[in-house]
Design a protein around this ligand. Structure first.
Ligand code: FE
Length: 209
């Protein structure tokens, strides 16, 4: 992603190019430069291989988490992060009203197993989007940094999975880590932003989860 300085440098370079090169060449270069930061990564749907893998629930899931899009309760320390993206079918159709339940460790790697700190659920909007404000979880013994997530389209089975951070040294030492569950991570205005698009297999037979 281009920073402000890089963008203004790119603009100056473009103006120089405008004066120096034939129009066709300039148009080509402008399209290339302007398209790159705006294009969202291609959704990982459309093939069986794109289905979001399931992962173990682990020992710390609690049902009945609060309905909320921010887990930033007073007193929560740590680096802020927004997790956002879409939930889609294998045909790349956005899925509305999908339940997304997220639970995680705090910055020190501890879970709240008494209350509901750093736990919450929400539903995707009409465009299949979700967005949650929270903090970067700490790693804890035996596990690399991760979020836990459960998703459920209306009347469909629950998918239990996890999300991971790129560039974490602990990823390769964690037997549960799966590279298909890496978020796209960048710095936003108020903290980090992790993007991930989930792909649900709606043809999967309903079963108790
Ligand atoms: Fe965990």
């Amino acid at each position: 992603m281009l920073g402000e300085d890089e963008r203004s440098r790119a603009r100056r370079a473009f103006l120089r190019a405008l004066m120096a090169f034939p129009a066709a060449v300039v148009i080509d270069s402008v399209q290339g430069a302007s398209a790159q930061p705006k294009v969202r990564p291609t959704p990982a749907c459309g093939a069986a291989a794109g289905i979001t893998p399931s992962q173990t629930e682990g020992p710390y899931f609690k049902p009945s988490s609060p309905l909320r899009t921010s887990l930033l309760d007073p007193g929560i320390g740590g680096t802020k992060i927004v997790i956002e993206g879409s939930v889609m079918s294998t045909e790349c159709r956005p899925l509305a009203r999908v339940l997304i339940d997220i639970w995680q460790a705090d910055a020190r790697g501890d879970y709240d197993n008494v209350g509901y700190r750093l736990r919450g659920h929400q539903f995707t909007d009409d465009g299949g989007h979700y967005r949650v404000e929270t903090i970067v979880p700490g790693a804890y013994p035996g596990r690399t940094r991760h979020f836990h997530v459960k998703l459920q389209a209306p009347g469909r089975p629950v998918l239990t999975t996890q999300l991971y951070f790129p560039g974490e040294p602990g990823n390769q030492r964690d037997a549960i880590f799966h590279p298909d569950l890496l978020m796209r991570l960048h710095d936003g205005e108020t903290g980090k932003v992790g993007q991930f698009d989930f792909v649900l297999d709606l043809s999967a037979a309903a079963r108790r989860s």
